[in-house]
Design a binder for this molecule. Structure first.
Ligand SMILES: C[S@@+](CC[C@H](N)C(=O)[O-])C[C@H]1O[C@@H](n2cnc3c(N)ncnc32)[C@H](O)[C@@H]1O
Length: 268
């Protein structure tokens, strides 16, 4: 049975069309020019996080929520065969412009992470850096990632940590105080924002991943470094806060096909 798609998709397209025009299109060229793989708001190098993606040479890779696709471009430079998926036309237009300018060309598909028009078992690696992992409904995109992966394929995604969520005021930087309950946080709408985010507790991520046929391999807490500075655009957290608590986390999970008895919809 095909599940109905959530209204958050249209709202997030609106949000990311605005973000593209206001900020991201202008930053895309420098992001594509970089060779290092870096994660999150403090740009932590893949190698300094214990290489969650591992060697990507020769792998078929799908990026779920690729934005301007700079991360996929860097994987292509390392010998991967990426495919970028994103529902926001403006973001993919920027990605296409950069493909034309750099000659680094790979398929870009206009679609949400909740429903990807690509065949079953066609990728070795599925990943998301704040794409589907934050902006798509996890009850739909995690099973979709499982469908797209080959047996023993790897899912890697970065999103906000639970502690960053509970320490988020309605506006401004993260604070050193609990601002909201952890229970019931699934779908989140911030005041004044069009977009809709999805946040799960660690227990709910594990239940959902296992229920979708994954074995969880790693959960990496991502802190700021001593030399980190605040991100110019995604500036919701200061380096001082993020040297004490991890505002972001990376999950890695291996597709085993051995599903828990809990279904994804029962997991949260
Ligand atoms: C922060 S960007 C992530 C890409 C890149 N790592 C970056 O930092 O620019 C968020 C992207 O998620 C995309 N997005 C929004 N809703 C989505 C959905 N339902 N499925 C997949 N991606 C979605 C947006 O269009 C946007 O391009």
């Amino acid at each position: 049975m095909t599940r109905e798609l959530p209204d958050s998709i249209a709202r997030n397209i609106e949000q990311w069309t605005k973000n593209n025009t206001a900020h991201l299109d202008g930053r895309a060229a420098s992001a594509w020019a970089q060779d290092d793989l870096t994660w999150g708001v403090f740009g932590t190098r893949e190698e300094d996080l214990g290489s969650p993606l591992g060697s990507v040479r020769g792998l078929d890779v799908v990026e779920l929520g690729c934005g301007t696709a700079y991360f996929s471009a860097r994987l292509a430079k390392r010998g991967a065969r990426p495919v970028g998926i994103d529902p926001t036309p403006a973001q993919l237009e920027t990605a296409r412009r950069l493909q034309a300018e750099t000659g680094i060309v790979f398929p870009l598909v206009l679609a949400p992470g909740e429903r990807v028009p690509l065949p079953d078992a066609s990728f070795d690696l599925a990943f998301s850096e704040y794409g589907a992992s934050l902006w798509a409904d996890p009850r739909l995109w995690v099973p979709e990632a499982a469908r797209l992966l080959r047996p023993r394929g790897l899912l890697v995604f970065m999103t906000n940590s639970t502690i960053s969520y509970v320490c988020s005021p309605d506006e401004g930087d993260l604070v050193e105080r609990l601002m909201r309950p952890q229970l019931g946080m699934y779908r989140t709408e911030w005041p004044g924002e069009v977009g809709v985010e999805y946040h799960l507790s660690h227990g709910d991520w594990i239940a959902l991943l296992r229920g979708s046929g994954f074995a969880v391999e790693r959960l990496i807490d991502v802190y700021a470094r001593a030399d980190s500075t605040k991100h110019e655009f995604y500036g919701y957290v200061t380096p001082e806060w993020a040297r004490q608590w991890p505002p972001e986390e990376i999950w890695t999970a291996r597709l085993t096909g051995m599903s828990d008895r809990a279904t994804p919809s029962e997991a949260t």
